[in-house]
Ligand binder design. Structure first.
Ligand code: NAD
Length: 328
């Protein structure tokens, strides 16, 4: 079976080529271009496509893929808010994903962002490179004995609770389905989490019901001087409201690995007009904000695990097996 990969980066190619050697039944074709309704119509002779978090896997794309004979969409990521599952089912296209490849990769990155904004490492790095060794404005806070509030304690959130616990923090969490294994975590309701946390880290998937979970109302319930980290999905935060909160000095620091405009590829396209008006660019103007480009997953361990599960998914599809990684 031939699989056309969209939005392929060099590191994807390297890892998939290495792991792909174990699967002679699969022919892997790599395209750098992103999946969209237009690019979907260029697929030829592939029964499967492989897409990513940034891909447009909406109704129009799925229709174009169906017209090209595609029967399987392999998401090489865990989130799937960019996939129209109803349309996929209607068009007879099976969608599979990689539910948990290396939760620690993302959780470690979330703590990295929290530490960087807290201790102003991003500012210090630039200063010292300019031969400026001043410490003015670099004062941070101790995490030890402070409260970490984790929203969503699935695989990544659970890993984040363990890291925060290791830092000597009190760990509280909000999740509709508390994880009984996390006996050091105190589950509280959302209002209590917002009001008590010194560090808030988002680890829930983006759904219709939690879109803009962080908005003016929830921001106003947070402690002054809170640190907010989002490595989940940009749509969990209403960016305009976050900007208002930052202006009102609610946050000591904000670390974002994901941002609302991510799927528009504002930065990859580098269209000045879009950049000027983008809320992401406005966010970047604040010195206590760090934004990175969705790299929480990017470790060698995670990339290998993603390749293995994705190609295993393809093999399960070929053999007609159920894997538990299918979304429809
Ligand atoms: P998971 O499915 O294991 O856990 C998600 C948890 O969130 C579940 O326990 C669920 O009950 C809980 N949840 C759902 N809605 C909630 C809500 N409104 N409030 C509180 N909790 C809620 O998922 P995971 O593997 O831990 O991944 C979490 C998210 O991380 C993914 O959905 C994805 O968006 C994001 N992610 C980001 C990167 C990155 O590189 N930055 C990589 C992988 C995943």
């Amino acid at each position: 079976m031939r699989i056309t990969f969209f939005a392929t980066k060099q590191y994807d190619k390297e890892t998939f080529a290495k792991i792909g050697k174990q699967y002679p039944e699969l022919e892997l074709e790599y395209w750098e271009t992103e999946l969209s309704p237009r690019t979907a119509s260029y697929v030829t002779d592939s029964e499967a496509v492989c897409a990513f978090v940034s891909s447009d896997v909406g109704e129009k794309t799925l229709k174009a893929l169906k017209d090209k004979g595609v029967k399987l969409v392999l998401m090489r990521c865990s989130g799937f808010n960019n996939v129209d599952l109803d349309a996929a089912t209607r068009y007879g296209i099976r969608v599979m994903r990689v539910p948990g490849y290396s939760p620690e990769a993302v959780a470690e990155y979330a703590m990295g962002l929290a530490l960087a904004v807290n201790r102003r490492i991003h500012k210090a790095y630039i200063r010292v490179r300019e031969n400026n060794f001043s410490l003015q404005g670099l004062t941070g806070v101790n995490f030890y004995k402070k409260t970490a509030g984790i929203i969503g304690t699935g695989k990544i959130g659970a890993a984040m609770t363990r890291i925060c616990h290791g830092f000597g923090m009190k760990v509280i969490a909000y999740d509709k389905y508390p994880n009984p294994e996390l006996d050091f975590v105190q589950y509280v309701d959302m209002d209590e989490l917002l009001a008590s946390s010194d560090l808030i880290s988002l680890h829930c998937p983006l759904t219709d019901s939690n879109h803009h979970l962080i908005n003016l109302e929830t921001i106003n319930k947070m402690k002054d001087g809170v640190i907010l980290v989002n490595t989940s999905r940009g749509g969990l935060i209403k960016t305009d409201d976050l900007i208002t909160g930052i202006r009102e000095k609610k946050f000591f620091g904000v670390g974002l690995d994901v941002y609302e405009e991510e799927t528009n590829n504002v930065f990859e396209n580098r269209e000045d007009e879009i950049l000027m008006h983008s809320t992401t660019a406005r966010l970047l103007s604040f010195p206590n904000v760090i934004i990175t480009s969705h790299q929480g997953f990017l470790t060698d361990t995670a990339l290998e695990a993603i390749s293995e599960v994705t190609l295993n998914n393809a093999m399960a599809y070929l053999r007609g097996e159920k894997k538990g990684t299918e979304l429809n």
